[in-house]
Every structure is written in structure tokens, then in C-alpha cells.
Design a protein around this ligand. Structure first.
Ligand SMILES: [Mg+2]
Length: 233
């Protein structure tokens, strides 16, 4: 049994246009400025980090954002929910359902980790029907760093299964440099997928174990997972 940790945004789903609109509305409402998420390097970061970074770009003080951080996340969840269609399966990236379906037939323990808050993730999983594939999710609101989120995921998976997951028993699949880097810090196997805002060249430079253009190559991804850490466990 291996622990597979998936990133959500731009690895499995693409809701960037919705995130962009929601951010624009939030910043207009709270700070009276025009601001879009895609103006900053948002990939693989938490909502709170992205709000801070975008505010900085717009000349809004950190204190102003920090004192409103809770209400900002709550308002964001509400705005995002209003903009989301009830049925959002067309936001699921190619190959994703087949990959998750394939994994559901193995004994692997499959979880999510994402910079989004719980309210956003619930809505995304409900409207795409992907929720059934994951044992749990670790949210950006639970740990200050990406690697901290991975550690939480490993700890939680170990307490549920009673099994130790170390080194290449842990597999991180994500679209950002931050996914690759956090996996490498823990000695995990890293699978990068170039369906996000970090280019294939950039991702390659971070030296993931595998780089795929997209998850249409789901058979190869399943094979890579099956071969990870062979002979070590
Ligand atoms: Mg991502």
C-alpha cells in the first residue's frame, strides 16, 4: 500500500477562471481595487498566502489583510460558491477520472492536499463528483507551508491505516514547483504534470521523478506509481 497525495487545482481540475472572478469580486468589495489571482504566481500556494501576495502587489498593507483574513476566506468561499455551476464536470482535466478510477482498484491510499480552504474543496468535489476517490483532504488553512501539509497528510494516513509511509511509499502528484519541492524534501516520489502555470521546462528543472504533459497518460502514471520504491518495502 502506498500513499498517493494529489494536488487539486490544475492537477485534477481547472477552476482558474472561477478563482480569478471570485478574487476580483473579493478585492473590489474589500479593498476597492481591481485584482486577479493570475496576476501573481499563485500555483501551489494557500488562499491566505495568495491574498497577501496580491494585496502587496496592489499596495495594500499586510496588516489590513491579516486583520480581515478570516472574513476574507469566508467571503471568498461564498463568492466562489455563487459563481460555480451545479454541474462542473467539464472542469475536470483530461485523464483524471480514468487515473482515479484505476487507483480505486488498487490498495493504495489516495488523499488530497490543496491550498484551498475546506469550503472551496467541498464545492469543487461536489460539483465534479470527484469526492468519492479521496480518503481525506488537507487544506491550506491547516499548515503554514506546503511541506507542512504533506507531513499532516502522512501523519493522518498513518494513524488511519496503522502503517508507516516513508520515502517512495509516498507519491506526490502536482502541477507546481512547490509540489515537487515539498515532495523532494521528504524523499517522496514526485510526479509533475504540466497542466498548470509552471512550464514543463521550469518543472523539469525542479527534477521531479516523472513529468507528464497531462494526465491523459494515466496508464503510465499508474505504472510509475506501481513501480515506486520497488524492492524497498
Ligand atoms: Mg496546483
Amino acid at each position: 500500500m502506498k500513499l498517493i497525495i494529489f494536488d487539486l487545482d490544475q492537477t485534477l481540475v481547472d477552476f482558474i477562471s472561477v478563482h480569478d472572478e471570485a478574487t476580483q469580486e473579493l478585492f473590489s468589495r474589500f479593498f476597492g481595487v481591481d485584482a486577479k489571482l493570475t496576476e501573481i504566481d499563485f500555483a501551489g500556494r494557500s488562499l491566505a498566502d495568495n491574498f497577501l501576495e496580491l494585496a502587496k502587489l496592489k499596495g495594500i498593507s499586510e496588516a489590513e489583510v491579516s486583520k480581515n483574513s478570516r472574513v476574507l476566506v469566508e467571503s471568498y468561499e461564498m463568492i466562489f460558491g455563487q459563481k460555480l455551476n451545479k454541474e462542473a464536470s467539464d472542469h475536470v482535466l483530461p485523464g483524471v477520472r480514468k487515473l482515479l478510477e484505476g487507483l480505486s482498484k488498487t490498495d493504495n491510499f489516495v488523499v488530497l492536499y490543496t491550498g484551498d480552504s475546506a469550503g472551496i474543496v467541498d464545492r469543487v468535489l461536489k460539483t465534479t463528483g470527484l469526492g468519492k476517490y479521496f480518503r481525506f483532504a488537507v487544506y491550506g488553512t491547516e499548515a503554514p507551508t506546503r511541506v507542512g501539509m504533506v507531513r499532516l497528510a502522512v501523519g493522518r494516513a498513518e494513524s488511519i491505516t496503522g502503517k508507516k509511509f516513508s520515502d517512495k511509499d509516498v507519491i506526490i502528484i502536482g502541477d507546481s514547483l512547490r509540489d515537487v519541492n515539498s515532495g523532494k524534501q521528504l524523499g517522496a516520489m514526485t510526479i509533475a504534470v504540466a497542466t498548470g502555470f509552471h512550464s514543463p521546462e521550469k518543472l523539469l528543472a525542479s527534477k521531479p521523478d516523472y513529468l507528464f504533459k497531462n494526465l491523459k497518460s494515466y496508464r503510465k502514471v499508474l505504472q510509475a506509481i506501481a513501480e515506486s520504491g520497488k524492492g524497498l518495502t
